[in-house]
Write a protein that binds this ligand. Structure first.
Ligand SMILES: NC(=O)c1ccc[n+]([C@@H]2O[C@H](COP(=O)([O-])OP(=O)(O)OC[C@H]3O[C@@H](n4cnc5c(N)ncnc54)[C@H](O)[C@@H]3O)[C@@H](O)[C@H]2O)c1
Length: 323
């Protein structure tokens, strides 16, 4: 059975679904006939409105993943049969709030595993990050966020070992595409948005980047939660490696007059080719190439504008999001 057929008609709990990847997960779940149940601390449908016309009708449960009672209540209320756990604070937000972010990223993650254990849910995917392998014995950047993600992976391994709760953790590299508007690596998408609204913008890093188009990432989280896979798996999702210079050349193909540049140090995270191991397990083709992802981003922004989304206003708001 295809992954889409496996989830049709089923309620899927999506934590952090007001976020960038989460919005795309919600859209795709809807498109394939599943019932996404958003669980987010914010009632903010801005990213969903950016990418889909019917965002107002999505089931939305306000809640904090550090509140296990609320998670249990929502899972019971909607009889959720799968979990896609995306809620987290990213690198700069962890640095700005070390204790609070640990509560969300670590306690929140164990709550999702415990929810699966108590409810007998065996379809579970969750977001780790390229910042996790960066924590190893290497020259990449160690971050509190990466430590949280490593901890999440290890807790998932113990939940499989001790209680037979299966899971798939996915470590995306740099997500780009409509809705990517905050965090250390959001700048390539912000640059595309700036070009679309006619503003100047400078990407604050250079060098190699593992570009992962957001829709490809969402599809992988969904396929990984579509059935129970024995074990506690963790996969890198490297996407398409390219330099920021190459990315800017592709941007210029769409916006020849854009005032967009890049400066600064290289991104301190690995940028390697996709191994294909995740795709082999869940049965998907490889991620789309960067030129296609950039064309899709541009088309996404233009479609949103055509639906009446205030992209220029959204761009101004985006600039203040990351500490
Ligand atoms: N964006 C990337 O490049 C990238 C790369 C690697 C991994 N990831 C991981 O993928 C996941 C999704 O990333 P994203 O870019 O969509 O994130 P995002 O920052 O756009 O969204 C995160 C969402 O989590 C919600 N949230 C925060 N704290 C919460 C809490 N206590 N309870 C409930 N909801 C809460 C926020 O309101 C937000 O909607 C995260 O786990 C992130 O660490 C992202």
């Amino acid at each position: 059975m295809s992954y889409s057929a496996a989830l049709a008609g089923k309620a899927v709990l999506v934590t952090g679904a007001a976020g960038c990847i989460g919005a795309w997960v919600v859209k795709q779940l809807r498109d394939l006939g599943a019932i996404p149940v958003v669980f987010d601390i914010a009632e903010n449908r801005e990213r969903l409105h950016l990418i889909m016309p019917d965002a107002d009708t999505v089931i939305w449960e306000l809640g904090d993943i550090t509140d296990f009672g609320r998670l249990l209540e929502v899972a019971e209320m909607h009889n959720t049969e799968a979990i896609i756990h995306l809620a987290a604070l990213q690198v700069p937000f962890c640095k700005a709030d070390p204790v609070g972010s640990t509560r969300i990223n670590v306690m929140g993650s164990i709550h999702m595993l415990e929810l699966a254990r108590q409810r007998g849910i065996t379809r579970l995917s969750y977001a780790s990050s390229v910042a996790a392998p960066a924590m190893g014995d290497n020259n990449w950047l160690a971050t509190l966020y990466g430590a949280h993600k490593i901890c999440g992976e290890q807790m998932a391994a113990v939940y499989w070992q001790d209680w037979g709760v299966p899971s798939i953790g996915i470590r995306p590299a740099i997500i780009y595409g409509p809705g990517r508007d905050q965090g250390m690596s959001a700048a390539p998408t912000i640059a595309l948005m700036a070009a679309e609204v006619g503003e100047a913008y400078t990407i604050p890093f250079t060098g190699d980047v593992g570009f992962v188009y957001v829709e490809d990432a969402a599809e992988r989280f969904i396929a990984a939660a579509s059935r129970s896979f024995e074990g506690a798996h963790v996969f890198d999702l490297n996407g398409t490696p390219a330099t920021v210079t190459e990315m800017l050349a592709l941007l210029n193909d769409h916006y020849p007059d854009a005032a967009i540049g890049a400066t600064g140090d290289p991104m301190p995270f690995p940028a390697e080719g996709n191994s294909g191991a995740l795709e082999q397990l869940i049965g998907l083709p490889d991620c789309r190439p960067l030129d296609a992802g950039i064309a899709d981003t541009v088309a996404g922004f233009q479609a949103a504008k055509a639906r009446g989304v205030d992209l220029a206003g959204m761009y101004q708001h985006t600039l203040g999001k990351t500490p």
